[in-house]
Design a binder for this molecule. Structure first.
Ligand SMILES: [Mg+2]
Length: 389
């Protein structure tokens, strides 16, 4: 946590400089609490920094709760409290996009246990998409996610300050939120329906997912990442469609089907599907061929004017206002020099962040099965990647 940083760090040189320069988020929090927060507790109160933050609700990321929680019994000054100093927070690199990719753990067993349809089980995929949608709803910082099979990738923007960008908090929150929703929503998708193959399937084993965080320094890298996942989707799905056609319709064993497909190209698999099974691969559902992209669609916000998104994007990356401070001239010169010669990252004010969060919560979250390799998808939705390099 930021609060294990000794308060003396407030005297750090960076504090005294312009707040147009991106400071470590831990410092920003201290600044916020010091300058604009509620009245700090009396020095005589034996309250810890952590308790102070909790009491003042600054670190409460539960956006539904606007009331400060009741004061909890404190462990302040316990002789055991020193153990907190063993925590080794690992913040992810500033000014980079963060992608959190979760992936089903032992899902071969899980799919067998629940007798998922091969090569694709639409109910299972809809459940994955619904869990991702709920994850975006829970965490408004996420702008877009892409999913296929038992994996989902979530994108956080460069300026993301959630959990002070702590890797462990981000990973554990995303993966547990997603998993929680997966279990919670299971009955909705496997509760049984009218259609054929829609029999009720109770959840027989607990699903689990692993998750990793990767930082990407440029928008190009992020585009390539998503392109990589969608190309993989295509390659795997074409293979699986041909493989299961050979097994289920062609009567081959799994080993024989695998041998038949070894060394074949896409065109060969398309030909096998068409000539032997009458399947035109291009007519397969788009969800199978292209995966699912889940994102916030600001275009559907009715109460905003049409160019609000463009404005928000522009504001988010606008150059910092010239300082009106009474700093000595040399300090101003120094800052000017930095702004001209380096890519000093910008950070958003708390007000701006709150405003954007509010707007994010109002936006509709949509799921589409479209090409995300080409430019069109991203150009039509510029807010997903923001602007910058
Ligand atoms: Mg997987």
């Amino acid at each position: 946590m930021a609060d294990i940083i000794p308060l003396t760090i407030r005297c750090h040189r960076a504090i005294s400089r312009s707040n147009h320069i991106l400071l470590p988020i831990t410092l920003i929090h201290h600044m916020t609490h010091t300058t604009t927060g509620p009245t700090p507790p009396s020095p005589t109160t034996t309250i810890t920094t952590r308790n102070y933050h909790q009491n003042n609700n600054h670190h409460n990321h539960n956006h539904h709760n606007h009331n400060p929680p009741p004061t909890k019994p404190t462990m302040a000054n316990s002789k055991y409290e020193y153990t907190r100093n063993f925590e080794t927070p690992h913040p992810l690199l500033l000014n980079t996009y963060i992608i959190l990719r979760l992936d089903g753990r032992s899902f071969t067993n899980f799919t067998q246990t629940h007798n998922f349809q091969k090569p694709n089980d639409p109910r299972a995929l809809h459940l994955m998409n619904a869990s991702a949608t709920a994850t975006l709803r829970t965490l408004p910082d996420i702008t877009v996610a892409f999913g296929v099979s038992d994996e989902f990738s979530f994108l956080l923007p460069r300026e993301c300050a959630l959990f002070d960008r702590r890797e462990d908090k981000l990973i554990s929150t995303v993966v547990s939120t997603f998993t929680g929703w997966y279990v919670f929503l299971w009955p909705k998708y496997f509760g049984g329906g009218e259609g054929e193959g829609e029999e009720e399937k109770p959840l027989l084993a607990p699903p689990s997912f692993d998750c990793r965080a990767v930082c990407y320094p440029s928008m190009g890298n992020v585009r390539d990442y998503f392109a990589w996942r969608q190309v993989d989707t295509h390659i795997n799905n074409l293979y699986n469609t041909a493989f299961w056609a050979l097994v289920l319709k062609g009567g081959l064993s799994r080993r024989e089907a695998d041998a038949e497909l070894r060394g074949t190209f896409s065109a060969d698999k398309n030909e096998i599907l068409f000539s032997r099974f009458g399947i035109n691969y291009n007519n397969e559902p788009e969800m199978y061929r292209k995966g699912s992209v889940v994102y916030r669609d600001y275009r559907t916000l009715e109460d905003e004017d049409e160019d609000a998104t463009a404005k928000a994007t522009a504001t988010a990356t606008a150059p910092a206002e010239p300082s009106t401070s009474t700093e000595p001239p040399e300090r101003n010169e120094q800052r000017e020099e930095e702004q001209q010669t380096t890519a000093v990252p910008k950070f958003k004010s708390k007000t701006q962040r709150e405003k954007e969060k509010k707007r994010a919560r109002k936006a509709k979250i949509v799921t589409e099965h479209v090409d995300i390799i080409g430019d069109e998808f991203w150009k039509e939705r510029p807010w997903l990647l923001g602007s910058g390099n």
